[in-house]
Design a protein around this ligand. Structure first.
Ligand code: ADP
Ligand code: 5GP
Length: 232
């Protein structure tokens, strides 16, 4: 991973879970991809889905593409942190890789819909919930069309679902508007970095600073004693 833009970055002790939600075509993949090139130790949770792969999508990288039976089996085993029906297909976040990643100090991004965001909230798992917004709905539809991966029928269906994604607007911790892409990258990365520097995730740094102070105090006391013994 190229994390050269943040040389000297101090990683948190425990990873932060980021829930990214927003209507299809708003730019979630675009912003997440760039943030992962810039911010060290930022993983992506590869969801499971029963939808068919799009051209260029790779199993295990973009999604774990599963048959319905297998997905339902995993639901029965409690393997999902959250799962939801989106556009008539199943999508879900596997619990184990997320928990392992966070425990190892590696933060992780979930790109999930509103139902998934609510399930993560209800699970009580600490997470930073970010909603991405388009500048307006016409722009959103144009982006879906320009992406060139969906039929007109699918685009119309996705636009029908937008209200359901956006009515939750007030539930999120952060709202990021993706209008000018350069600005959106900066704001999005700023939100992630802000969460990653929270003291709650920085026990190691707290101990380091206390160590500096203890060492300095010791060295000053040592000097004072030394001065004392030299006195006539
Ligand atoms: P999502 O992952 O939310 O479905 P994508 O990241 O695939 O959305 O973006 C949808 C399309 O919009 C892509 O073709 C992408 O290149 C384009 N796009 C993303 N952000 C912007 C932006 N700020 N301005 C113009 N086009 C954008
Ligand atoms: P797409 O089919 O365009 O890749 O994704 C469609 C929608 O499904 C997007 O809104 C995306 O955020 C959502 N999605 C992708 N993975 C998951 C997941 O694991 N859980 C939930 N709840 N939604 C997901």
């Amino acid at each position: 991973m190229d994390a050269g833009e943040l040389t000297g970055w101090r990683r948190p002790d425990r990873g932060v879970l980021f829930v990214i939600t927003g209507p299809s075509g708003v730019g979630k993949s675009t912003l997440i991809k760039r943030a992962r090139q810039v911010i060290p130790d930022l993983g992506f949770s590869v969801s499971a889905t029963t939808r068919a792969p799009r051209a260029g999508e790779v199993d295990g990288i973009d999604y774990h593409f599963l048959e319905n039976d297998r997905f339902e089996e995993l639901v029965g085993q409690g393997a999902f942190l959250e799962h939801a029906r989106v556009y008539d297909r199943w999508y879900g976040t596997l619990r184990a890789p997320v928990e392992e990643s966070l425990a190892a100090g590696r933060s992780i991004v979930l790109d999930i819909d509103v139902a998934g965001h609510r399930q993560v909230r209800e699970s009580g798992m600490p997470a930073v919930h970010i909603l991405l917004l388009p500048p307006d709905l016409i722009t959103l539809e144009n982006r879906l069309r320009r992406r060139g991966t969906d039929s007109e029928e699918t685009i119309a269906r996705r636009m029908d679902q937008v209200a359901g994604q956006l009515e939750a607007v007030a539930e999120f911790d952060h709202l990021v508007v993706n209008d000018n892409l350069r600005t959106a990258h900066k704001v999005f990365q700023g939100v992630l970095l802000g969460a990653l520097t929270r003291t709650a995730h920085r026990g190691g740094l707290v101990r380091t600073v206390r160590g500096w102070l203890a060492a300095r105090k010791e060295s000053l006391e040592g000097t004072a004693e030394g001065e004392g013994s030299d006195a006539p």
